[in-house]
Ligand binder design. Sequence first.
Ligand code: FAD
Ligand code: NAI
Length: 475
Amino acid sequence: MSKQFDVIVIGGGPGGYIAAIRAAQLGFNVACIDEWKNDKGGPAPGGTCTNVGCIPSKALLQSSEHFEHANKHFAEHGITATGVKMDVAKMIARKDTVVKQNNDGILYLFKKNKVSFFHGRGSFAKAVEGGYEIKVAGAAEETLTGKQIIIATGSNARALPGTPFDEELVLSNDGALRVGAVPKKLGLIGSGVIGLEMGSVWRRLGAEVTILEGLPTFLGAVDEQIAKEAKKAFDKQGLKIELGVKVGEIKTGKKGVSIAYTNAKGEAQSLEVDKLIVSIGRVPNTIGLNTEAVGLQLDERGAVVVDADCKTNLPGVWAVGDVVRGPMLAHKAEEEGVAVAERIAGQHGHVNFNTIPWVIYTSPEIAWVGRTEQQLKADGVKYKAGSFPFLANGRARALGDTTGMVKMLADAETDEILGVHIVGPQASELIAEAVVAMEFKASSEDIARICHAHPSLSEATKEAALAVDKRTLNF
Ligand code: FAD
Ligand code: NAI
């Protein structure tokens, strides 16, 4: 006899576990299936984000930032810190504890919300009247039947053709978060989000880091002025980023990894490193889902095809998160998960793709929401721009971190905020104000007239809004 559910969620990452909780809150009888295993073979829900993504990468970024502060910045505060050492094994163990706290938190939330959790791989068996039969292959085999199915199976790291990940020398994000000792020389391919975050971690700990990027432009999706400012800061830190390269043969051996490439001038080069992280994007994951059994439509990238409401080509089957179109971000996956659960309940769940924030957790942090200056130009939109440097912000000076700026773009006629771009301290937190403002269709004048606490970094956002009308007070 199969177990009956109103909603079955396949995948327990941010898209899946949040969809399951919201569906349960709405009164449905919900199952969530996730196959991730911890090092003891037990369940580890939370997906890529919790296990080998957002959470562990931020734990390592934090540890490495403390190390860098102790080594390079304490002295200017009058603090003497001699003999500062990094115990990499301890740093990794701390990261693992943080991950486990999050895994356990999700299992607790499932219990609290009466979501039935199944540890194993979920796959489509067949369509049945009024739903679908889903097999779970785990420690035990089970068959579940669900009226509505939400697919949230996430994504996997893309490997370079002919160079599979061995997680010893050629690392995906998984291996990059488990390196046991600081490599003397570290290579990365791709100066996207993972390349910059992971490159920063190991550079701060003493590795000589070189990032090879295929595109001629640095962070092409980021506002040009902000990307330029960030690049300046990374150059100063000694993060070597080579743009416009073409990667050729990669050889691994006892001495490490050798990468043949041509540089932007077309000259043949080679890079010898102890370890190589390949961070060239991710591919949607439907491995083992047995989509053929029910005729689920996938696109040429292997992503599940969905409409604007996350509906697939099959009645009662939805898909959310990295496995569908759109940015591969945990908060995007979560919003889609909530919206789908609400749509199943007959409500009007909604995700505003124009106000999804992006954050790169480097130092300085880079964060943005809405359109960049180059996008507005391409779209033929008339806009006004205002920016304010952290150099002129009292709190940033007190922090000793004055790199970067807040930049605001507003419609030339209506003054509605069209984009906010930040490079600098705490950009990840500051961007929230811009997201709220844009959700409420605020004008730059609205932000300019709001009282911001002094001294705070958020005053830079107010000043950027004032700058849109050319009336900054502190610059
Ligand atoms: P996932 O988190 O990938 O979860 C999918 C889950 O489904 C996994 O547990 C998988 O094991 C399970 N699964 C797959 N197939 C099956 C099956 N057939 N049966 C059962 N279970 C299955 N995003 C941010 O917003 N902020 C960040 O700071 C950030 N940092 C990142 C850092 C790194 C290094 C990486 C790699 C990614 C980062 N991301 C970040 C991206 C973020 O991790 C993803 O966007 C997010 O995890 C997507 O959520 P998801 O639920 O769609 O999929
Ligand atoms: P990415 O898409 O951010 O960057 C990949 C980079 O690799 C691009 O700059 C691309 O031009 C380059 N590239 C691709 N093929 C190449 C090749 N053959 N040779 C040289 N360069 C090549 O992908 P990344 O960094 O792997 O991260 C995957 C996704 O994970 C991100 O897009 C993001 O959605 C998510 N993520 C989010 C984070 C955050 O929100 N802070 C942190 C880390 C990851």
